[in-house]
Design a protein around this ligand. Structure first.
Ligand code: ADP
Ligand code: ZN
Length: 736
């Protein structure tokens, strides 16, 4: 291991990132995470699906001496990951019971002679004596534990064999560990650290906010009609439909097939050949939709899944979040729809009948959270983030509850009452108890703690609100951060700083009415909302993109690989924007390293060259002298990023430009007549009132000169950038 990550190593990391994976920038905290593990320190990574966890252990595995062990729970899916690494030209293999003796020997030889860089292994195989003996003889750099939440019995996906991993690693040697997961409530995080004895390990937790995912829940009525309509409206896009039982999976796959949707089933009851074949058909895009039980999807890295539908209610929010997380991993469109009915909850409860008391309690807690999430009228994203221990300070504006809100009310006395009840009972009780207390429900607990003597006792009754109202209020106050959940004890709520301040200085708080799915009308005819993020005009050449995709499919078929292993959608969109016609230009595309150019590039470059010639397309390099090539490329890049609603700060970051330079480019683009909609960014950085003021100013001003505007706003602390952004908005809306 490297003892000190010096500048040379850092430069190398960045070079290798581009050379091998084709990315010019690290995403989020990838770089610091990699540095941490390279220093030989234990590392704990919590990142949502699609954020780029794999790179956090793959890249360091390639730049250190020795082999990296990757522990991953499902044998069947290791092949997919190994295929992807092989496409990048990396020696990665897996070791499991499906290998023949000869294959096994080859893997072991590669490991022993040092050529093997990453070895994927399931915990079951790790515990086998012969494997353990072999691993002791190999030089190992570090151990990566993927899907680390499987260690915890408090989560939704507990695997007993995961709890033994630590003992085995210790047995192999004193190795640094990097544990990674895409789902862990604060309690589960604590459990993972304890079990892996890495309490000291630095945690890198990225936001769980998947901004490109659209969350929606509909009443489970007329469901089949709704489903068919939805899938038809998303024709040609990849989607996953999750159902609870094998029977429903079969039934829905059949239903879709007879309705001309290319769909296949996937569940554990199918023999393994069929299962593999159906999975491959989905990955290879021979079918659009896979209908599956939750057995499907773990470790599936298909980056261009455009919708995930939960036909039945899932057992936990962790499961839901992970399954929906499979949509839009490439950062483009991802729609998540769930059908909800309370019947489903009751069905799930029945399944838990035969479990032990503890298991049943855990399962019930998880289900309660699911019910709350579905029925609360609060922004879905705020709820999900709150569940995973993150606080979002405003509504997201991009979920069903934000776009079609339930009735809202402003309350104050009610909030004070709840907070005081929690405070007076010393933050040791759950929402049910607090509700009993303020509604004066006659029960022995309230009496035995003498809570009936508190002044808040029965106060909620006087306000004429139902028990459900108070339960909902308490939940909403948790999401709004006035109340907090106790990590150690499930259900117990405490008051945070915000809550304490509130009691002293209250103000009106907006609460949402719960959904009543039993009564909510469904409009099967309404199809406008089915593709929430679709419909925008694109900056890329759609004809060329179509041709590139067809070629990708053909090449994929020849090589027996999923299409996205060749090139991913964002890379192809960039190709259809910048028309690369040489290997060097191709290697500049994000997500395309030299390895890929050499492996797959030729045919694509030929196709683009022919297309450019036949259609007389003037690419940037034809029309301008060399030094300005980059400039035009920057413009094209900015247009495509704005199209995808990437923030200008991020664009500036990626291109290593100052924000003001990016704004200047945008101005040029607008002045030359291209309409750019920057609202998503402007709304983020300038509050509405200020926007209005500046907009009004330009409306009435004699000139759009920035100096004049700065002068006008000199008392209001308005920055030049804000003025220029608003001028772009103003000109785009009125002039272009
Ligand atoms: P996770 O394991 O966290 O779900 P993956 O490791 O599969 O996510 O990465 C998700 C997607 O992000 C993949 O398509 C991957 O190629 C891409 N990706 C990862 N790191 C980067 C990066 N630094 N720049 C651009 N794309 C990246
Ligand atoms: Zn929202």
């Amino acid at each position: 291991m490297v003892k000190q990550v010096d500048n040379v190593v850092l430069d190398t990391l960045k070079e290798r990132l581009k050379e091998i994976f084709g990315y010019s920038q690290f995403r989020g905290e990838q770089e610091v995470i990699i540095q941490n593990i390279l220093l030989g320190k234990n590392t704990f990574v919590i990142m949502p699906t699609g954020a780029g966890k794999s790179l956090c252990y793959q890249l360091p595995a390639l730049v250190t001496e020795g082999m990296t062990i990757v522990i991953s729970p499902l044998i069947a899916l290791m092949k997919n990951q190994v295929d992807q690494l092989t496409a990048f030209g990396i020696n990665a293999q897996f070791l499991n019971s499906t290998l023949t003796k000869a294959e096994m020997t080859r893997v072991k030889n590669d490991a022993l002679d040092g050529s093997l860089k990453l070895l994927y292994i399931a915990p079951e195989s790790l515990t086998k004596d012969e494997n353990l003996e072999f691993l002791k003889r190999v030089k190992i750099s570090f151990v990566a534990i993927d899907e680390a939440h499987c260690i915890s019995e408090w989560g939704h996906d507990f695997r007993p064999e995961y709890r033994r991993i630590y003992g085995i690693i210790e047995n192999i040697g004193n190795l640094p560990i990097i544990a990674l997961t895409a789902t862990a409530t604060p309690k589960v995080q604590q459990d993972i650290r304890k079990n892996l004895q890495m309490e000291e390990a630095e945690t890198f937790k990225s936001s769980f906010n998947r901004k490109n995912l659209y969350y929606e829940i509909r009443a489970k009525k007329d469901t089949k009609k709704q489903l068919i309509r939805y899938v038809r409206n998303n024709k040609g896009k990849s989607g996953i439909i999750y159902c609870l039982s094998r029977k429903t999976v079969e039934e829905i796959a059949e239903l879709l097939s007879v309705n001309d949707v290319r769909a296949l089933p996937y569940h554990a009851g199918l023999d393994s050949n069929t299962r593999m074949a159906n999975q491959d058909a989905f990955l290879n895009e021979e079918v659009d939709v896979i209908v599956a039980t939750i057995a499907f999807g773990m470790g599936i890295d298909k980056p261009d899944v455009r919708f995930v539908i939960h036909y039945d209610v899932p057992k936990s929010l962790e499961g839901y979040y992970q399954e929906t997380g499979r949509a839009g991993r490439d950062g483009l469109e991802g729609n998540c729809l769930m059908f909800y009915s309370y019947d489903d909850i009751q069905k799930l409860e029945k399944f838990n009948k035969d479990k032990t008391v503890t298991e049943r309690d855990n399962a019930r807690h998880l289900l309660n959270e699911m019910v709350a999430y579905s029925t609360l009228g609060v922004c879905r994203r705020r709820q999900l983030l709150s569940y995973f221990g993150e606080y979002l300070d405003k509504d997201c504006g991009f979920c069903d509850n934000c776009l079609k809100p339930t009735e809202k009310t402003k309350v104050q006395d009610e909030v004070v009452l709840v907070l005081r009840a929690v405070q007076l009972t010393e933050q040791r009780f759950d929402g049910d108890h607090i509700t009993d207390l303020i509604t004066a429900t006659d029960n022995q607990y309230v009496r035995s703690y003498e809570h009936d003597k508190l002044d808040v006792f029965g106060k909620g009754l006087e306000m004429n609100e139902s028990r459900d109202y108070w339960l909902s209020t308490i939940r909403q106050l948790v999401i709004l951060n006035y109340l907090e959940k106790d990590i150690e004890n499930y259900g117990i709520i405490k008051i945070g700083e915000k809550g304490l301040n509130y009691i002293n200085d209250p103000y009106p708080v907006t609460l949402h009415k719960d959904h009543n799915f039993e009564e909510e009308e469904v409009k099967v005819e309404d199809d406008s909302a089915d593709s929430a993020s679709g419909g925008s005009a694109h900056a890329y050449d759609e004809t060329l993109l179509g041709m590139l995709k067809a070629l990708r499919k053909k090449v994929a078929k020849e090589k027996d690989l999923p299409p996205y292993v060749i090139f991913q959608d964002p890379s192809m969109e960039e190709m259809a924007t910048t028309y690369p016609t040489t290997q060097q230009e191709m290697a500049q595309i994000n997500g395309v390293g030299m390895g890929k150019v050499q492996k797959f590039g030729r045919q694509f470059i030929d196709l683009i060259t022919r297309y450019v010639e036949e259609n007389d397309i003037e690419t940037a390099k034809d029309v301008v002298i060399k030094s300005t090539v980059n400039k035009s490329k920057i413009k094209i890049f900015i247009i495509s990023q704005v199209d995808r609603k990437v923030s200008l700060d991020e664009i500036a970051d990626v291109k290593d430009m100052a924000l003001s330079d990016v704004i200047e480019e945008v101005e040029h683009i607008c002045y030359s007549g291209t309409k750019l909609n920057l609202d998503y960014y402007i709304n983020q950085v300038i509050d509405k009132e200020r926007q209005q003021d500046i907009y009004d100013y330009f409306m009435n001003a004699e000139t759009d000169n920035i100096a004049a505007a700065l002068d006008e706003f000199s008392n209001d602390d308005v920055s030049e950038e804000e003025l220029r952004l608003m001028r772009i908005k103003f000109l785009s809306e009125l002039a272009n």
